[in-house]
Design a protein around this ligand. Sequence first.
Ligand SMILES: C[S@@+](CC[C@H](N)C(=O)[O-])C[C@H]1O[C@@H](n2cnc3c(N)ncnc32)[C@H](O)[C@@H]1O
Length: 257
Amino acid sequence: MTAGRVPPAWTAAPADSVLLDGFHAVKHALRFGATPQALLVTDRAATRALAAELAPDLVDLLDALAEEVPAETLRGLLPRAHPTGVAALAHRRPRAANLATLRALPRPAPVVLLEDPRNLGNVGAVVRLAAGMGATGVVTTGTADPWHPNAVRGGAGLHYATAVERVTLDEPPPGPLYVLDPEGEDLRDVRLPDDAVLAFGTERHGVSAGLRARADRLLALPMRPQVSSYNLATSVAMTLYHWSAAPSASAGPGSVG
Ligand SMILES: C[S@@+](CC[C@H](N)C(=O)[O-])C[C@H]1O[C@@H](n2cnc3c(N)ncnc32)[C@H](O)[C@@H]1O
């Protein structure tokens, strides 16, 4: 490979391919079924050593998929190349399959609904939480693409481990709608069912009147007086943990691989 030559597989990848930037993101995506169209590494031996240390299950697969390129080639392809010198392009998980998963009942674990999220780092953090906790998926309303590169970066490649899609409030996933809002009843007194849709408001303005009107229950996270709210991703973390800690939760992190 001469310096600067871009591998054809990278150039040929469709424009809506997902960029997996760094070893950590590529590792997670491969574990959960992503099929990269191109996987570039700047140092094959170093990547192999990293995999042996952090992901022994993937050493051979990474080696088979990787194409070695000079560091300057990768730097020319990415806005800021990751220090591990690993990057891949992959197809999104198919929308139809994700929607089928999100709409299927009964479901083993809740769906998280984010109303019009604005901060893509928050979206990624929530995807990572949902993946880790074994939630069925994460849906967003509004204009932000939950598969935006910044959200995928925040999600550490775990968009492949749960069903992530954009929907409208007119057709949310089925199931009882539990809306998290500081004015609701105390979450600690409520057992969240596995088929719940757990909905959270936008970072700036909170829950809209439309979402509030649809709620089966309005639930509050405990908070001492004079604190007005928690960060969005933090709120999702507490709520999913509360679901998983109930004796009735049928899924959750202990029951996923
Ligand atoms: C950053 S907060 C929104 C803050 C917004 N200024 C407000 O007044 O609601 C984003 C979302 O996190 C959830 N949230 C934050 N703190 C909460 C709490 N104490 N109880 C329930 N939900 C909370 C809600 O769904 C909220 O809409």
